[in-house]
Design a protein around this ligand. Structure first.
Ligand SMILES: [Mg+2]
Length: 355
């Protein structure tokens, strides 16, 4: 990229959720994102910086200053300062996406079977906790829609009630029909977690995400080593920087899986490092979005498609907002498909309509 020809602008936007979205740190009613728009002559590129309030390590009071500094660096040098942005994964991801988008001219960000529309990425459906009938109906609806892997959030309501719900789900849908993942979002205490995992193991679960709070590497390591349910780490990856620390964390905890979210875990550059380090240790992985709009979700999907993986991924967050940018992706048959290369001008027009 020739330096000096780029202009970089930031468009902050606030989107409303159709239904309040629960995460491990509370409930979101609306979502602030920053679109990064790069121009080079008559070419345009669009990226999305979407830190999660309270969850992202990089969402600090000086977030916008950091973003502006990173954009200025890009404008002056023509390069994304990946080394300087390791601690700002959502900024890094937005700028990386904008530059890929600038080169592509539209929302097709690669050359893979996914980007050619030949195959979709299998997705785990998200099932929110509710009463039995509602949950079973939701699961049935997703199975009808072709989804064979679902994820249930646990650790939020009474454990006995959650176990009851899982029992109902398994009675209705055996493991041969439904791969079931659960996510505790760090909700169990170290003292109680072993007993709870023994109970959960009765339900033929694929994995449990983040059974105990992040930051307890020794406890997580002994837990993962003997767990009757394979352990997947998610929040544990947040705020772990530098190859040495990544290696130290993975060696101390030895999970069965890690869940990589580019917005939270290092953008594309360091997200890829997480995957490489996991692979070299025989640790499985899948990729998940983090409530981005379709600009970010589309970039994550293309990034995911460029990695060799056959496991269902967690990219099912596309229909959460009352309004969204059409980036040419859609859910069908339990898969995320790329169906149309949307010109960047068209996406930018949509973003400019939101004020
Ligand atoms: Mg999780």
């Amino acid at each position: 990229m020739r330096a000096g020809n780029l202009t970089v602008a930031v468009f902050p936007r606030t989107l409303a959720f159709k239904q309040p979205a629960g995460t491990s740190r509370g409930v979101y009613h609306e979502r602030k994102v920053w679109y990064v728009v790069v121009r080079d002559g008559d070419r345009t590129g669009i990226g999305e910086c979407a830190p999660l309030h309270d969850l992202s390590a990089d969402y600090t009071p000086d977030y916008e200053d950091t973003l502006v500094r990173a954009c200025n660096h890009l404008q002056q040098t023509g390069e994304v300062d990946a080394a300087g942005l390791e601690r700002y994964p959502s900024v890094l991801f937005g700028l990386e996406t904008a530059m890929l988008s600038l080169a592509a001219g539209g929302s097709r960000l690669g050359d893979t079977p996914f980007s050619r529309g030949e195959c979709g990425i299998e997705i785990n459906g998200l099932i929110w906790m509710g009463d039995y009938d509602t949950m079973l109906a939701r699961i049935d609806g997703k199975l009808q829609a072709g989804c064979r892997c679902m994820k249930v959030k646990i650790g939020a309501i009474d454990f006995a009630a959650e176990v009851d719900l899982l029992r109902h789900i398994r009675e209705a849908f055996p493991a041969s029909r439904l791969e079931l993942r659960v996510d505790a979002n760090g909700g169990f205490s170290v003292d109680e977690v072993r007993g709870k995992l023994d109970v959960l193991a009765r339900f033929d679960l694929h994995s449990i995400e983040q059974p105990i709070r992040a930051g307890q590497w020794a406890e997580m390591g002994s837990l993962a080593a003997g767990s009757p349910v394979p352990v997947a780490l998610d929040e544990e990856l947040i705020g772990v920087y530098g190859r040495d620390n990544v290696a130290r964390m993975l060696d101390a905890t030895r999970p069965a899986y890690i869940v990589v979210k580019p917005t939270l875990h290092g953008g594309m550059t360091y997200g890829a490092r997480w995957i490489d380090e996991a692979r070299s240790r025989g640790i499985g992985w899948w990729i998940t979005s983090a409530l981005e709009t379709n600009v970010g979700l589309n970039a994550i999907a293309h990034w995911c498609a460029a990695r060799q993986t056959t496991m269902p991924q967690g990219l099912g967050t596309g229909q959460l907002f009352t309004d969204n940018v059409d980036a040419g992706i859609e859910m069908r048959d339990g898969r995320l498909w790329f169906v149309r290369d949307v010109p960047n001008g068209e996406m930018l027009e949509k973003i400019c309509q939101w004020t």
